[in-house]
Design a protein around this ligand. Structure first.
Ligand SMILES: Cc1cc2nc3c(=O)[nH]c(=O)nc-3n(C[C@H](O)[C@H](O)[C@H](O)COP(=O)(O)O)c2cc1C
Length: 197
């Protein structure tokens, strides 16, 4: 698959098989994230790669508990609202049971923190598609970066005191009929372009 095809066919794949992804493939995808552009070439995005299933299960429980303790207001962002409501039911698994979760973090107070991490995540999702792996951006840990329990758990996993969680993504073999990542054509109904010719 060439670069443009990998970009144009990338879609979020949330149904992933439990089978582990060979470490070499995960490493290749991480390399794609680490070469992404970043402000001033600062290279401060920190990638925390969780392949341990017990830790992934424990983290899902901690996240579910954290959201269950939150209230929903009229202006609560719709995806956050969904996470809170599902967590109050007690069955919320923010990473969809994927075998790999990559969490991105960056320096607190660094102005390009979110942009740098988003570039890295997009590179990794495109690389995953090129390698026939499914992926999806996962933002719950970013929303919970100030939650003491979540933060404590992430610090045990390598997050440093001067970092905050910027985002994340899941990775795995697609649980689809043809075993390939979702690649449905996407209708562009937004993202307006203003041309000044
Ligand atoms: C900043 C950002 C945050 C996102 N957070 C989540 C998330 O937490 N969980 C999820 O399932 N999808 C998440 N997504 C995926 C979007 O829902 C998805 O990209 C969008 O619906 C378009 O679908 P596509 O990726 O298949 O093109 C996120 C995407 C972005 C860019």
């Amino acid at each position: 698959m060439d670069t443009l095809e990998a970009i144009f066919t990338r879609r979020s794949t949330r149904k992933l098989r439990k089978d582990p992804v060979p470490h070499g493939l995960v490493e290749k995808i991480l390399e794609a994230g680490r070469v992404a552009p970043c402000g001033g070439n600062s290279q401060t995005t920190h990638f925390i790669v969780i392949e341990n299933q017990q830790i992934l299960e424990a983290l899902a429980g901690i996240v579910c508990q954290a959201f269950a303790g939150m209230g929903v207001k009229k202006d609560t962002y719709k995806s956050l609202r969904k996470s809170i409501i599902a967590s109050k039911r007690g069955d919320y698994v923010f990473h969809y049971g994927a075998p790999v979760l990559v969490v991105t973090a960056n320096k607190t107070g660094y102005g390009n923190a979110m942009a740098d991490s988003a570039c890295a995540l997009e590179n990794m999702m495109i690389a995953a598609n090129a390698l026939d792996l499914g992926s999806c951006y996962i933002n719950q840990l970013h929303w919970l970066t100030d939650n003491d329990t979540v933060r404590g758990c992430m610090e045990d996993l390598g997050l440093t005191e001067d970092e905050f969680i910027t985002g994340g993504m899941i990775l795995g073999y697609p649980d689809t009929a043809d075993g390939k990542p979702l690649r449905d054509k996407k209708d562009i109904t937004g993202n307006p372009v203003t041309w000044i010719s």
